[in-house]
Design a protein around this ligand. Sequence first.
Ligand SMILES: Cc1cc2nc3c(=O)[nH]c(=O)nc-3n(C[C@H](O)[C@H](O)[C@H](O)COP(=O)(O)OP(=O)(O)OC[C@H]3O[C@@H](n4cnc5c(N)ncnc54)[C@H](O)[C@@H]3O)c2cc1C
Length: 415
Amino acid sequence: MRRYSAFAIAREAARYHQGWERAWRSPEPKKEYDVVIVGAGGHGLATAYYLGKNHGITNIAVVEKGWLGGGNTGRNTTIIRSNYLQDPSAAIYEKARSLYEDLSQDLNMNVMFSPRGVMMLAQTEHEKRGYLRTAHANSLQGVVTEFITPAKVKELVPIINLSGPRYPVLGALWQARGGTARHDAVAWGYARACSAMGMDIIQKCEVTGVEQSGGQVTGVETTRGRIGCKKLALVVAGHSGALADMAGFRLPIESVALQALVSEPIKPAIDVVVMANTVHGYMSQSDKGELVIGGGADGFNNYTQRGSFHHVEETVRALVETFPIISRLKMMRQWGGIVDMTGDRSPIISRTPLGGCFINGGWGTGGFKSIPGSGWAMAELVANGTPGPLASAFGLERFREGRFIDESVAAGVAH
Ligand SMILES: Cc1cc2nc3c(=O)[nH]c(=O)nc-3n(C[C@H](O)[C@H](O)[C@H](O)COP(=O)(O)OP(=O)(O)OC[C@H]3O[C@@H](n4cnc5c(N)ncnc54)[C@H](O)[C@@H]3O)c2cc1C
């Protein structure tokens, strides 16, 4: 694969851009692989990438029922932060955030990581106490965050209304090296790097069954025929329950739709990410100028990948109080993704009751930020058969043993 570089752009400009190669191959599935990964979202692709890069395993197929990055990876609002409360969460999210810092160089693809800073507004006394606690926990965990005053909030976000009639801003939890990245580019970058290592990314290939013999996985049935494998990784977010069912076990996961919307593009108005968890909404501005706005998850289980008017109304009504200028904007698009929620709002990176079959899911409404760290930890689990330090707390057995990793507060408005 030819590397992307300033020289390559100049060379192609001189020959009318005729020499660019396809970013990844679209091969036919082989009969057998060492590892089959189901789901070509960010987490599945990152798992494949770190299996190759860190463990030298490249006889891998990543099997995707739609198009790569077409699930939640291409539908999220791209917030990256690591200011979680519990130690195992802070460790994996901070690993991910730090990998994002030079992911563009590592993948040789510009993922547009923009560490513009993320603030989580405290708008009740209770929320303020919660964030102060998180800031203290983060300083013990080596995660750089601070609790900032309303005056500092106003300095960073001039368009904010500090004295909202219902919920005045009492300060904010601020992570200066949090931010955003271009979601599609993250998927494309991993896919290109995996393809360059000789892995097969097979799109439009739905897994319809999991084959096993003597308690050990032997392959998958797909809409493009049987594919044999020694190890199987299920990395399908909102479809985790469906894939687990095929493999013969149940998961403590519920699937619900989560929605987002963007406004018409405007001139630069806000250059940090703001999350307002009490009123339930969050906002950042994209490079195109659109305000990217996210709200809450549906209150009932479903597999719907589209938006609905009442969510837009609820979210915008909440945010107008804190950002009065948005009342005059037009909405351009809205959409939804199927997110996979666990009871403790923490992910599952685990062995399963089926030998050779591993699962990565339950990232819920906040798993874009964790893609590099999750892929790193999942690759370690799949390669060695046992979890490494990043994944050891996230096993399925925690639900049986009552060792929950409660992030329902840190997950907050959930991104
Ligand atoms: C509206 C919205 C906003 C969000 N905002 C944020 C945010 O700001 N920050 C953040 O950190 N996170 C956010 N998230 C969450 C984040 O998007 C997800 O946690 C993350 O993208 C999950 O990635 P994934 O690779 O696990 O799943 P996905 O990207 O969904 O990939 C799973 C893939 O599996 C495929 N698949 C499913 N079943 C099968 C099958 N049977 N056979 C083959 N393939 C199959 C699907 O087609 C899909 O492509 C948001 C999510 C949504 C929906």
